[in-house]
Design a protein. Structure first.
Length: 94
């Protein structure tokens, strides 16, 4: 019997429901396992309990729509938690 193939796990962190929904649908159709969160705090909580191969992170959250400060702080916190190589993509809501 062959061992079950491990699903590639992706975390999407974005507060825009339409963006999250579209990305989640597209990635699942391609065979990825996708988790979603709506805030930097929730992203850190998810990362603490699960391992992700890729993180798709929004820079601009509802508290600070233009500077990207929250997203940059999230990325810095993730790097402090886990020094492993991760593929990170910045999503910028307009």
């Amino acid at each position: 019997m062959q061992e079950a193939e491990k699903l590639y796990r992706i975390l999407i962190a974005d507060d825009e429901a339409a963006i999250v929904g579209a990305l989640k649908m597209l990635l699942r159709v391609e065979g990825f396992e996708v988790d979603t969160v709506r805030s930097p705090r929730m992203a850190l909580e998810s990362i603490a309990v699960r391992e992700y191969e890729t993180l798709l992170l929004d820079l601009n959250y509802a508290d600070d729509l233009t500077s990207g400060r929250e997203g940059i702080e999230l990325l810095q916190a993730i790097r402090e938690l886990d020094r492993q190589d991760r593929k990170s993509t910045r999503l910028n809501s307009s």
